[in-house]
Write a protein that binds this ligand. Structure first.
Ligand code: GDP
Length: 443
């Protein structure tokens, strides 16, 4: 990194790597340095990055790759695989069995999103046919029981807690007993989450754990950055953490902390929180996550190449969804959401064959993200009917949308113009695919 002069176009280095038929040591090292920087910026712990670098150097022995082999692909695959490996601790999380009672305890710092995540986890399993129940063993924070009660009621999930009992172990045991009698098969215990150094909190967690628990889930706020490793390790030392859930991945956090949490707890990430609502909760999938990590900053050029080796499934899924109906404003909204979640517009755009990439990729990643955000704010003022049928748009609706979103009329018409371009590109793509053999081209 020290050798790359300020202002030097690092993307060029990657392109150089991508295009070169013979990759020499310098290009390879420059590339590794850039990756190191991107990962550190994404809050991946320094030691992990260093280990990854060493491993890649071991795996990719440039001298020993036989002539004729595609060295570029081998290096890209090695980097991608290394990161996926860090996220795979080699053992699955404790597996719950439907119909047999499991008690799951949630731990994490106050504010990490523990209580919200308990309900999301219960709600997710309820939709899959489980019979979950929630127990509030947080006797420390005033209002904790009310919050859990409110969430549980909304999701129609039975709950247990007390306004007067101050012993969390007692509440946990009583709650678990009650729900076992009621044949619940997934009993979720929310614990209090004070500061990580507080010995009393850990002692409390340990006692609840010993009294009744099968699986401990550590909840971590993705925005804590480099602090993730120490925090996760502190919890792991006190209770047998078996799985990790990373919250607030919808925000600006880059998520590198997840790698640290896995490394510190030797436990897999099982879900990620993508918003405040009950259904903004996703099963964790390693490959797209790694793509996102690598897709930071300057990495879009490199990412386009990574697509050759990895996320074919993503492309297929997106294409399948889009092929089911016309390209509406609602679909465009979802796509913008994807762009913002994945951190780089190019990643999503490059998944759309036929879209004029030159046109779509104008401006910096930041500018494009800002544009997505601006358009999404405008689209928040559009009715569902209009989202499904953009042909309804007329002057008075445009005026209403501009007023509702606090934007200029021109912003609204710009957004509609963008929709037209995307929609047209999409139609062209679909026609092309149909010519190639219809829907089979999508599967
Ligand atoms: P606890 O103190 O750990 O129980 O945390 P809470 O469940 O009370 O959550 C703290 C705040 O984070 C609340 O405002 C939640 O709505 C919010 N929150 C939780 N999970 C997410 C998430 O995945 N995304 C976003 N944006 N906010 C979240």
């Amino acid at each position: 990194l020290d050798h790359i002069a300020a202002g030097h176009n690092k993307r060029k280095i990657i392109q150089q790597m991508s295009n070169a038929t013979i990759i020499d040591e310098k290009v390879f090292n420059d590339c590794l340095k850039d990756i190191t920087r991107a990962l550190l910026q994404a809050d991946v712990q320094f030691m992990l990055v260093r280990d990854m670098q060493t491993n890649i150097k071991k795996i990719v022995n440039l001298d020993h790759i036989a002539a004729g082999h595609n060295k570029r692909k081998i290096i890209q695959q090695a980097i991608f695989n290394e990161l996926c490996k860090i996220l795979d601790p080699g053992k699955p999380a404790f597996s719950l069995k439907k119909g047999k009672t499991s008690v799951v305890m949630f731990v994490g710092l106050q504010g990490s999103g523990k209580t919200t995540t308990c309900t999301k986890y219960a709600y997710y399993h309820q939709k899959k046919g489980w019979k979950p129940a929630l127990v509030c063993a947080d006797t420390f924070r005033a209002g904790a029981f009310d919050q859990l009660k409110q969430n549980a009621t909304k999701a129609k999930i039975p709950f247990y807690g007390s306004y007067t009992e101050s012993d969390p172990v007692r509440i946990a045991v009583e709650g678990v007993e009650r729900f076992k009698e009621e044949n619940c098969d997934l009993i979720i215990v929310d614990t209090s989450g004070r500061h990580k150094q507080e010995a009393a909190l850990f002692e409390e967690m340990r006692q609840v754990f010993e009294a009744t628990v099968d699986l401990v889930i550590f909840v971590m706020d993705s925005s804590i950055g480099q602090a993730a490793f120490d925090q996760a390790q502190a919890f792991k030392h006190s209770v047998a953490v078996g799985a990790v859930i990373v919250t607030k991945m919808d925000g600006h956090a880059k998520g590198g902390g997840a790698l640290s949490a896995v490394a510190a707890t030797k436990s897999p990430v099982i879900f990620i929180g993508m918003g405040e609502h009950m259904n903004e909760f996703e099963v964790f999938d390693v490959k797209p996550f790694v793509s996102r990590l690598l897709g930071m900053g300057d990495w879009s050029g490199f990412m386009d190449k990574i697509h050759e080796v990895a996320p074919m499934e993503q492309q297929t899924e997106l294409l399948q969804k889009l092929s089911e109906g016309p390209f509406t404003l609602g679909i465009m909204y979802k796509q913008f959401q994807n762009i913002l979640q994945m951190g780089s517009a190019d990643q999503v755009i490059s998944m759309l064959p036929g879209v004029d990439q030159e046109l779509m990729c104008q401006g910096s990643v930041k500018e494009r993200q800002a544009k997505c955000k601006r358009y999404m704010t405008i689209m928040d003022s559009i009715t569902n009917e209009e989202l499904d049928n953009p042909k309804l748009m007329n002057e008075s609706r445009i005026m209403r949308i501009a007023t509702g979103s606090g934007r200029q009329v021109k912003d609204v018409t710009d957004m509609l113009e963008e929709y037209k371009i995307l929609s047209k590109a999409w139609e062209g793509t679909m026609k092309g695919l149909k010519k190639k053999g219809g829907r089979s081209a999508l599967s």
